[in-house]
Write a protein that binds this ligand. Structure first.
Ligand SMILES: [Zn+2]
Ligand SMILES: [Zn+2]
Length: 95
């Protein structure tokens, strides 16, 4: 699955989860492990903001390693099994 990495992690308003990786864990029900990029073997340390490559303009959070998170504006090929958590879903934040 192709997504575009957005340079928005530091600009966007933070939710009560504190860090976006925590937000991703809370909504996906998973514990962050490896970077979502399909060939990457690094640990995911950041919740990155991405958009789907399909005309869907929503922003999603996925777990990425530091290196891939820093590739702003680039297309990333992520594992199809990755949970894309909508940034706008705030119903469980801070609970
Ligand atoms: Zn990576
Ligand atoms: Zn949150």
């Amino acid at each position: 699955m192709i997504v575009k990495n957005l340079n928005g992690t530091s600009d966007s308003p933070k939710c009560p989860c504190g860090v976006w990786l925590k937000h991703w864990e809370r909504y996906s029900g998973r514990t962050a492990g490896l970077c979502a990029e399909h060939t990457c073997k690094e640990s995911a340390t950041v919740g990155a903001h991405v958009q789907k490559d399909s005309g869907d303009k929503s922003w999603y959070v996925i777990p990425l390693c530091r290196k891939h998170n820093n590739q702003f504006g680039q297309d990333l090929n992520i594992m199809d099994s990755t949970n894309l958590v909508p940034v706008t879903n705030r119903s469980k934040c801070g609970s």
